[in-house]
Write a protein that binds this ligand. Sequence first.
Ligand code: LLP
Length: 423
Amino acid sequence: MDHFEIRDGIMHVEDVSLPAIAEAVGTPVYVYSRATLERHAQVFADALAGLGSGDRAPLLAFAVKANPNLAVLNVLQRQGYGADVVSGGEMRRALAAGMAPDKIVFSGVGKTAAELGEALDADIGQFNLESEEEGVELSAIAAARGLEARCALRVNPDVDAGTHDKISTGKADNKFGVPIGKAPAIFARLSALPGLRLRGVALHIGSQLFELDPLERAFAKLGKLIAELRDSGHEITHADLGGGLGVPYKADDAPPSPAEYGEMVARATKGWDVNLVFEPGRVIAGNAGVLLTRVIRVKRGIADPFIVVDAAMNDLARPAMYGAWHDFAAVVPGGEHMRANIVGPICETGDTFAMGREIESVGPGDLAVFRTAGAYGATMASSYNSRGFVAEVLVDGARSATVADRIPADAIMGAERVPDWLD
Ligand code: LLP
């Protein structure tokens, strides 16, 4: 359920009409609904509430990469969420949004020495070590500061998550984590190092998952590893199960519900006796945002017409990058149905949102939205073709605010210079 609906013939986000936002902020613009974000955060938390309470309550660490906007993070922080971060920049955003340092988990294969040091100084809750080499480096940095880093070892369970290759992370040849078969030996070596408190294990096998079975198989492998580590005398208090739950992009998409996911997790982790950590991203933010765009012109095609909109692959990269589907809907619906190709203005064929799509007809000057754009939308924007960076708006009931200014192409050009020695 979301809060994007037609009222009096016009699409609204909560109580604010999209034409009013287009008028005030221009297009293209991402528009997020606070009520939808909160509802998704609550539904996900409710689905996992049975897994532990008090000291053992699961930590819900929103995957900041999905939507790093400060206002979005602030909304989620108020819902009790922490953050899964993958760079110093994301960590500073989580802190700036008010997330408690002990609710921050730091993942990623390429944390630099500077980032490790910064995260130690911020006293974050957990480093998810992605390699033995990273653990050795963090040990040295922490020991030199007289600090102890709380860590989990991320393992690669060699499970095919059954999703798009580019967002699959748990197969043996993916770059993430250490091979699960080597984990006991690596865990033993790292836990002997100073400056590290290696207290758990972590995994994340991929994103936009439509099947629970690969996750359950991965969790079963993790359960065996926990038992093996304990048999070797290690104290295991934390298990991070990553994110990955899929969301519907099309009307007939039926991903597992958070409740079904929660039941599977309860079954798979029975008797683990650990603090569970989750890193949901898309399931919280995906359907809480749309990309609002205006039709520039409609161009005759050989078969179907081309609807050229003012949003492009630099604003929403997913269709060009993964062939992803985003529903396209008129802000003032009710026109005849038509078949069309929906494209942006960028000069490459990849700047295509849809080919041969059945839509309600739109014409030059009309507003439309790409739905399910709240996750991996604005955050993946670029300034390709010198188009500047897209703006973002948050709606809360009848209130709305620009939560990220449009960064015009000229501002980006202003950060460039021609050296005076060029002759
Ligand atoms: N934890 C880790 C370690 C991750 O790498 C990711 C996503 C998540 C959590 C959150 O996964 P989610 O719950 O959102 O599925 N740009 C791609 C998605 C890349 C996901 C990368 N990792 C897309 O637009 O589909």
